[in-house]
Design a protein around this ligand. Structure first.
Ligand code: ATP
Ligand code: MG
Length: 451
């Protein structure tokens, strides 16, 4: 009993970031990262800095991912050299960032982000009225740099010369035990930066970890703090979550933690309406599949799917008020995007892509002569067609319509021409169920083929 208590006390001490000034040096046999496994640019950058007498390590997500057997997206380097000293060592480099300077070092086709060790804030740090840290720009020691990071698995420093991992907070053990543990007191860390709650969910889904109860319990009660975070940061983090290849799992986890409200515009509303949920989940599953296959994903497509059922509802309301269908669709698109602009930092380029995909949808109803052939020539045809497939799979439109387009683009010449519906037949098919679109209990409008 006493031994158990003692062990627990020692563990608590070991987890206290302020007491972790001596790191464990984890050998190659345990962490498994050979220097050849990291990118040549990351390796060269560390070597150059070390040859000049500086400390330099690969840090953060890349080390974590390598130990977990995942190919890193990019490499961050941490060093005790100041930005000016880094800049002086690499001809192809530039200092970026105003609030906290970092250096972008170009090596071949790679860009490495090199940051000087930073300390967590102190009592004088500027915070907002909810405790969110507004500025944290003090340089510090390697131990300080480790303590200011969010999770133990993100505070690992890989030295490619010595092939060791410096571990201040038992991150390697946590990673091997598949546990996501926060550094320091979870409530304090979430108050300083509520985005850490979202990161906890995102990283636990990405790496298949369970969130340590101490880090998990406060999320539900503190979720409201997310409202206080600048829109652009939430958007960046959500985009990462949705494009992680584990979006379905991550969204389920967001719901389990009660964190989905107000995160993405109306994500909660969409997920509560069965047709919308089915559509969004199918879209996320297909995005996950693309990421796994190494295919590119487009944020435009993703957000077009997330907001589609909002557009459908708005469009339907306008048509019921007697508006002409196609102009009403464009009005609905603008209304939904404007409404989201407050919550989402959707760039102009992304919103252009979203509108392209949406506005193509009614055109898939026209299976006659020139109209159908012209749609095939559209630069965004492929995205529009992929979107149509999801609509069919979710039950919003007849599968027969999607199948027709699948076949229409696959066949050529005479066979394609033979598939076209006669002009007059199409005219008779205008509107209603026979246009190939199912009306769903008055909630989802039938897409009409009239202009
Ligand atoms: P990904 O692989 O998805 O990029 P990541 O952990 O590398 O995940 P980044 O946003 O690239 O995420 O952050 C790099 C590192 O910076 C993290 O590993 C972590 O050490 C630190 N970090 C990022 N965001 C925070 C935060 N909100 N609070 C504390 N440390 C953070
Ligand atoms: Mg990263």
């Amino acid at each position: 009993m006493i031994r158990k208590l003692l062990r627990r006390a020692i563990n608590v001490l070991r987890r206290d970031p302020t007491s972790a000034s001596e790191p464990a040096a984890i050998p190659l046999a345990r962490h498994g990262i050979h220097r050849e496994a990291i990118s040549s640019g990351a390796r060269r950058t560390c070597e150059t800095l070390q040859q000049d007498g500086f400390k330099a390590y690969v840090v953060g997500g890349a080390v974590r991912d390598l130990i977990a057997g995942i190919a890193p997206k990019d490499y961050d380097i941490a060093t005790d050299a100041t930005p000016d000293q880094v800049r002086a060592l690499f001809r192809r480099s530039r200092i970026i960032g105003r609030r906290f300077q970092i250096v972008h070092v170009m090596q071949g086709g790679e860009t490495l982000e090199v940051s000087t060790f930073r300390a967590a804030h102190d009592a004088d740090t500027q915070k907002d009225e909810h405790g969110r840290v507004l500025r944290d720009n003090v340089w510090g020691s390697l131990a300080d740099d480790a303590a200011r990071r969010d999770f133990t698995i993100n505070a690992l420093y890989y030295d490619p010369v010595a092939e060791t991992v410096l571990d201040y907070h038992h991150g390697v053990a946590d990673l091997k035990q598949k546990t996501l543990r926060i550094i320091g007191d979870p409530r304090t860390r979430y108050r300083e930066d509520p985005v850490r709650m979202l990161r906890a969910v995102r990283l636990s889904a990405k790496l298949g970890l369970s969130i340590d109860p101490a880090a998990r319990t406060p999320i539900r009660e503190m979720a409201g703090l997310m409202e206080n975070v600048p829109v652009a940061r939430v958007f960046d983090e959500m985009l990462k979550l949705l494009c992680s290849g584990h979006a379905v799992d991550a969204v389920h986890r967001l719901r389990d933690e009660g964190l989905h409200h107000g995160l993405l515009p109306l994500l909660d509303v969409i997920l509560e309406q069965p047709m919308g949920e089915k559509f969004v989940m199918l879209a996320l599953a297909s995005t996950d599949e693309r990421v796994r296959l190494g295919k590119p994903t487009s944020p435009g497509f993703l957000f077009a799917t997330l907001l589609w059922h909002e557009v459908l509802a708005d469009w339907e309301a306008r048509k019921q008020q007697g508006e002409v269908p196609i102009p009403a669709l464009f009005q609905a698109m603008d209304a939904v995007l404007d409404q989201q602009a407050e919550k989402l930092a959707i760039t102009r380029r992304i919103s252009g892509d979203i509108k392209d995909i949406w506005s193509l949808q009614p055109r898939f109803d026209k299976r006659t002569g020139k109209t159908a052939l012209r749609l095939l020539e559209q630069p965004r045809f492929r995205a529009g067609y992929d979107f149509l497939l999801l609509r069919a799979q979710s039950g919003e439109v007849e599968m027969e319509l999607a199948d027709w387009w699948t076949r229409f683009q696959a066949v050529d010449g005479d066979e394609r021409m033979a598939m076209l519906l006669p002009e007059n037949k199409n005219k008779r098919r205008r509107g209603g169920r026979r246009s190939g679109v199912k009306a769903q209990e008055g909630k989802v409008p039938a897409v009409e083929s009239g202009e």
